[in-house]
Design a protein around this ligand. Structure first.
Ligand code: ZN
Length: 296
């Protein structure tokens, strides 16, 4: 398989406000799988969420970020995927080793692992103070369809969404990608119809990427017989921006009593990052200093 960098490419259909985002995310989803040691179905669910978050991040301005948070009724418990405007994506699932039987068509049963009726929240931190948040009850649990439902309901923005991960026999990610096409109210019916027809003729995005198709080529298929132009492109990668300083702040939030208890019991504190599993250690001396700081 040809390997290329992960990216998202977006295009506008001429004479409309239709925007089509197409992303390839194979490397970053493989990175997530490696970091969190996820089972195949957990890899697929997390990969879909990371892909869609990565695409949504492309629409943001500098300093902004978007978080998809799913409180699962199914065994995954929760999924979190976050992306910023720099194309940095990170996330985790609460139960990475979940196993559920595959569907009759042999596909991984993400719907079962997430659970129909789960809550999907979309939190957009636009750097303006209070983040904007919208919630829906997921009609299916497969994530992409549910996100389209969110766009229609919460943002009055009719959209087609798709995301898929192709997991190999050893659990490795062979391909991953997705698309989001926004067709705002007022889009001519024949344009919507054309896009729907194109989508229905296409195999899943993960299969197209496995064949070696690029986001540009997939865009050509999705917008076939419409005139459009590519208006943007951004690289995507798995990146966590946790730091020792942030870990220290997390400890301070525990409060004096809990820190004193930690010091007495363990003589040190460990803060591990959910997103990348990095562990920050604070020894006896540092812990005492922190307690002093909280006391003031
Ligand atoms: Zn981290």
């Amino acid at each position: 398989m040809e390997k290329y960098e992960d990216k998202v490419v977006w295009s506008m259909v001429e004479d409309t406000t239709v925007v089509a985002y197409v992303a390839s995310t194979t490397s970053l989803v493989e990175e997530a799988r490696f970091l969190h040691n996820t089972s195949p179905v957990a890899t697929a669910a997390l990969g879909r969420a990371l892909t869609l978050a990565g695409i949504m991040g492309a629409a943001l301005k500098e300093g902004q970020k978007v978080t998809l948070h799913i409180r699962c009724l199914g065994p995954l418990e929760s999924i979190l995927a976050q992306a910023n405007s720099q194309g940095e994506v990170r996330g985790y699932v609460s139960q990475p080793s979940v196993f559920v039987p595959s569907r009759e068509d042999k596909k991984l049963n993400v719907e079962e692992a997430v659970g129909k009726g789960s809550q999907l929240s979309v939190v957009k931190d636009l750097g303006l103070g209070e983040p904007y948040a919208g919630y829906i009850k997921m009609p299916r649990g497969g994530i992409a369809y549910d996100l389209a439902y969110y766009f229609a309901l919460s943002e009055q923005l009719p959209s087609a969404c798709s995301a898929g991960v192709y997991v190999g026999e050893k659990g490795e990610v062979l391909s991953s990608g997705g698309f989001i096409i926004h067709t705002p109210l007022g889009t001519p019916q024949h344009v919507i119809q054309k896009i729907e027809d194109n989508i229905s003729l296409l195999p899943p995005v993960s299969s197209l990427i496995l064949e070696g198709k690029s986001p540009e080529e997939i865009t050509r298929d999705l917008l076939a017989s419409l005139s459009y132009r590519v208006v943007g492109e951004k690289k995507l990668c798995y990146h966590c921006h946790c730091s020792r300083e942030r870990a220290r702040r997390t400890l301070i939030l525990l409060g004096r009593e809990e820190l004193e208890e930690l010091l007495a019991r363990e003589g040190r504190a460990e803060v591990s990052c959910f997103f990348c599993n990095r562990v920050y250690l604070f020894g006896d001396k540092e812990l005492r200093e922190l307690i002093e700081k909280v006391r003031k």
